[in-house]
Design a protein around this ligand. Structure first.
Ligand code: FES
Ligand code: FES
Length: 155
């Protein structure tokens, strides 16, 4: 069946079954490969994208559930918070192997867009579902804090 979706501000008609995971459509149909497959079970966060600005797990979201919604992937994030998150990631050299990092950045940028001054508990709550096998957690937390500081300076 044809499913109409909006990804990164562009409309697409995808000829896929309604229960196709959004992650499959993003990677295989649209070749947006920045979003990663980790567990396929909503357990690792590697596949995180935004739906209406909120982080969701694209591996367990059927494409039929996003009709009429705005989906943003790592290739399409554009906001002050996202820019500052990515700048802090670069400055602190957060990634190690990099595999989990687009999911981490999607979760962190959604956090900052919703809460410009997150506490440690806020950061833990927002990021606890994003697993990093290279254990870059200390740098992730610092990068979020640095980005929050920068965000409040420009506000
Ligand atoms: S691949 Fe979706 S949460 Fe792990
Ligand atoms: S940087 Fe390697 S899994 Fe996170």
């Amino acid at each position: 069946m044809a499913v109409s979706v909006n990804i990164n501000g562009q409309d697409y008609n995808l000829d896929v079954p309604a229960d196709t995971p959004l992650l499959w459509a993003i990677r295989d149909n649209l070749q947006l490969t920045g979003t990663k497959f980790g567990c396929g079970l909503a357990q690792c966060g590697a596949c995180t994208v935004h739906m209406a600005g909120q982080p969701i797990r694209s591996c367990v979201t059927p494409i039929s559930a996003i009709v009429g919604q705005q989906i943003t992937t790592i290739e399409g994030i554009e906001s002050k918070a996202a820019d500052l998150i990515q700048a802090a990631w670069e400055k602190l050299e957060v990634p190690q192997c990099g595999y989990c990092q687009s999911g981490q950045i999607m979760a962190a940028s959604a956090l900052l867009a919703n809460n410009a001054s997150p506490s440690d508990a806020d950061i833990d709550a927002a990021m606890s579902g994003n697993i990093c096998r290279c254990a870059t957690y200390v740098r992730i937390r610092q990068a979020i804090k640095d980005a929050a500081t920068a965000l409040n300076e420009v506000a």
